[in-house]
Design a protein around this ligand. Structure first.
Ligand SMILES: [Zn+2]
Length: 503
């Protein structure tokens, strides 16, 4: 199956599930949303489509990208572009199969479960495919799963390498009005690539590492990896077993096709020095003794995606370090002048090879965000500081107060209400924070920020009351409760704008 010519892109058209070709998509013949039962697979599918489009058509500058965004390709242009790339995208190629290596040796085949993040890693999670395990994947789904495992997932364990971005990077895509537009908005122009990757010209003619493999145990400088080679980087040695001769139901999309039921994998280690600047990732860095250390942000706690927004879209630098927005965002700042920009943000939270959670969120940013990153920062800080008031007051309830010169001792209630309250806070404020980002008047944000503060304040008070309600009748805890409530009011007051502090 060749990804450049076969119908493998899963879409839904008037309620009917259908697979179309990349040509149909880029030529604007079908403008429907990608449709798969798992949102991580949908995201990986969009990512793969952008990588394919980047491979076939790298626009020279803003103007030529604009043309691609507004005008669908003609079939002639598409067919001419794929000719010399066909052997990059053939899933069953005799020598250089897509994102695989021939001759991978393993004592037994690995079942397909292992290729789907979070299905077979032993923990019980609600997002596991409802049908249970993955028995077989169709051509399209297996290509997406291979790409996802190579780009977005932890490695298969010791001796296997993970993606160029580390184990579970946050991926960010700009969302257009149609899938076609989305794909193009995540393709970089040569202008942008030259800025993010000064070695672009010198590495322009490289092919993927599954065509010209790297040496086992070798060391590679990230600056020796060109854009397309990096986008299609296969960190691990995998080889699919041949597809079944009979048609079966695909465990992911549910189509009836020949399916792949397993793959061989072989340990293969090497070292990459330096961080490769991925188009869909922001980077955070620290500077110590003049040395810059970079990494890709990922979801490491339960804190929701909005808490990461500042480091995903705002550039910032101090002497100690900073953050740089993803190259697609840098490009969009000059490119998208419309009233708002929509972002798709996704990724996994993991504990080593185990996926604990997956994220897929949609954010809007209103016009003005490019010049007013500090407003995004303030919005998020506001959301976080109100949460902290709640947490600190509940810690006071649990621990009480030690005796000091000024105060007598108050015995703590000894009950930990923090984690629940924190989760409830995040749940109840999610929409509010998303709306805040989508609607704040970036030029004059004070009224919006004030309104947000008032809403957050009332949520915090309610959550405090809710959390402590069961202990209101406990005589032994009354003092701790009263003290915790006083602390809460003090913390909340500290967050009020200056003029209102002494009301
Ligand atoms: Zn499928």
């Amino acid at each position: 199956m060749n990804l450049l010519t076969a119908a493998w892109v899963p879409i839904q058209d008037k309620g009917l599930y259908e697979k179309i070709t990349v040509q149909q998509l880029l030529c604007g013949e079908k403008e429907r949303d990608i449709c798969l039962p798992r949102d991580d697979m949908e995201l990986a599918c969009l990512q793969l489509l952008s990588a394919i489009t980047q491979t076939l058509f790298t626009p020279e500058n803003k103007k030529s990208l604009g043309k691609y965004v507004t005008q669908p390709l003609t079939p002639e242009v598409y067919l001419a572009a794929i000719q010399d790339k066909l052997n990059w995208f053939d899933l069953d190629h005799p020598d250089t199969p897509f994102m695989q290596f021939r001759g991978v040796k393993s004592t037994s085949a690995t079942p397909m479960n292992k290729l789907m993040a979070g299905v077979a890693d032993g923990t019980n999670k609600t997002f596991v495919n409802p049908q249970g395990l993955i028995e077989g994947l169709c051509h399209g789904c297996v290509a997406i799963a291979l790409f996802n495992a190579a780009n977005n997932c932890p490695s298969m364990g010791g001796g296997f390498k993970g993606s160029l971005r580390g184990s579970t990077p946050i991926t960010l895509l700009i969302k257009g009005k149609t899938v076609r537009e989305t794909i193009w908005l995540n393709v970089l122009t040569e202008e942008t690539i030259n800025q993010m990757m000064p070695w672009y010209e010198a590495t322009k003619d490289q092919v993927p590492n599954y065509l010209t493999p790297i040496n086992k145990g070798g060391t590679i400088q990230s600056s020796a990896i060109g854009l397309l080679r990096g986008l299609l980087w296969q960190p691990a040695h995998f080889e699919l077993l041949p597809a079944t001769s009979e048609q079966q139901i695909c465990s992911c999309c549910g189509c009836n096709e020949q399916v792949y039921t397993g793959f061989n994998k072989e340990k293969f280690s090497y070292t990459i020095e330096g961080v490769w600047p991925h188009p869909l990732s922001s980077r955070i860095f620290t500077i110590k003794a003049g040395n810059k250390k970079e990494k890709f942000p990922s979801f490491t706690t339960r804190a929701p995606t909005w808490t990461h927004m500042s480091r995903l879209v705002v550039d910032q630098q101090t002497e100690k370090g900073g953050q740089q927005a993803a190259p697609v965002i840098q490009q969009a700042r000059q490119f998208i002048a419309s009233e708002k920009m929509q972002l798709i943000v996704g990724g996994y939270r993991n504990n080593q090879a185990t996926i604990l959670e997956r994220r897929h969120d949609l954010f809007s940013l209103k016009q003005g965000w490019t010049e007013h990153g500090e407003v995004i920062h303030r919005l998020i800080e506001t959301g976080l500081s109100y949460k902290q008031c709640l947490i600190n007051s509940l810690i006071a309830f649990k621990n009480g107060r030690k005796k000091s010169k000024q105060y007598e001792e108050i015995k703590g209630a000894g009950i930990n209400l923090v984690q629940n309250a924190e989760e409830n806070y995040y749940q109840q404020t999610e929409n509010l924070m998303q709306q805040g980002l989508a609607q704040v008047h970036f030029e004059a944000p004070e009224d919006d920020l004030d309104a947000l503060q008032q809403q957050l304040k009332s949520i915090v008070k309610d959550l405090f009351n809710q959390a402590t309600a069961p202990y209101r009748q406990e005589p032994k805890m009354l003092k701790a409760l009263a003290m915790a409530r006083r602390s809460l009011h003090k913390y909340l007051k500290n967050l009020e704008p200056q003029g209102e502090k002494n009301e």
